[in-house]
Ligand binder design. Sequence first.
Ligand code: ADP
Length: 497
Amino acid sequence: MAKYVIALDQGTTSSRAVVFDEHAQIVAMKSYEFEQIYPQPGWVEHDPTAILNTQVDALREAVRISGISVEEIAAIGITNQRETTLLWDRETGRPLHNAIVWQCRRTAPIVKKLCDDGYEPHIRRVTGLVPDAYFSGTKLSWLLDHLDVHDRAERGELCFGTVDSFLAWNLIAGRPHVTDATNASRTMLFDIEKNEWDDTLLDALRIPRAVLPKVVDSSGVIGMLDPAILGRAIPVAAIAGDQHSALFGQGCFAPGMMKNTYGTGCFLLMNTGNRIARSENGLVSTIAWRIGGKCTYALEGSVFVAGAAIQWLRDEMKLIERASETEIIANSIEDCGGVYLVPTFTGLGAPYWDMYSRGLIIGLTRGTGRAHIVRAALESIAYQSADLVQAMATDCGRRPAELRVDGGASANQFLMQFQSDVLGCRVVRPAVIETTALGAALMAGLAVGVWKDMDELSRIWRMDLSLAPKMDDAKREASLKGWHRAVERSMRWAQED
Ligand code: ADP
């Protein structure tokens, strides 16, 4: 019986393939980086061919390294960098333009126009999102205008898709034009309650329905892998955006469960069950996954500068040589001695939303040294995440029992303990840190019967590290109060008089 499941994890800087066995243990993994293209300041693109080729190479190589035979592969799941937008020819499959990457700001004027025209309340209510150039809708609108292909799009000659869609089209026999509900929920064109494309926004952005993919479940067989790729037709049985997949891979199946990914930035998602939780604090509502036609929803918030603050200590301030050093340095002192570092290099996100906030270090005294600054940078990652958790708790009316963590910086045990301390709840790290890939693999395996149900999947999740808060309540309150005073000082700084 085929028992291995492969996740294709198509990320912003690399394409990766991970082979999992039936215990959800990693058997082999391979990734290839590809080029980031910056045509103008603030613009970011990827070459679609590079995305596809690196992904196929990673798949073939991971299978080769694993030593398993293709007959033993039960299913393949796709997870992807979200919001990145592609447009290709339905006849030839050829992309009409480079992929416009989620980070790209070129469509900010289109978003401004939507808001000026009064669409903001509609966007918030229907899509669950805050209007922003980050999401795919305005990127597609820009492509149709810029390439002057509205007529062709109307006639159904073109296909729009996010990266999952582009991969499914190219990897699955019969070229299905599909996306899953999680990726659709990041387009700013999708009604997350009705589960369909929203005509008001399609009209506002002059996007014809004929260009849009069919929206499928996150877990479910979409089709068979083109046999030319591995020499055998294998079910492709899952699609989910990376953060959604990580929430699944973290086993956050019950309402109230949440995970935080500590990378360059942080991504915090909380399962809110079959209910769309509406945020009063600037968080977005999104589809966590759709299985059997039923949506589970999530609240999402992000920290713009997390691990990036550590990179800044290393590359600009030259205070450290390696990110991992920060743990030893932080542990070399009792506390920060009243020093706070607010790394709002690009403004402040949820729950503050002040694009004029700029970074600061405050509370300096004659005794402040390198260790205090390094430790304050680590603490800032935990404080910013704690502010998001607090916002979610307020929006949902419940405190989390624990926070599940992953991502590069979750390796830092000082940071994880401090996170537990300022949250006042347990922080748990799983044995398999590749939660994004794991989520897609679990969804794919679920669809083909490698795992039978969500209960079985819950039992697969294994803990590696569990940290309970050690800080007393008085100290926690005082620390958070100091942080909030520092954040307040950073706000409105870049605003011109
Ligand atoms: P991404 O997927 O965003 O590239 P990763 O999950 O690979 O990020 O994590 C890398 C980030 O985590 C970097 O910003 C790095 O500075 C930070 N980082 C990695 N290891 C540590 C560590 N031990 N302590 C603190 N930060 C770390």
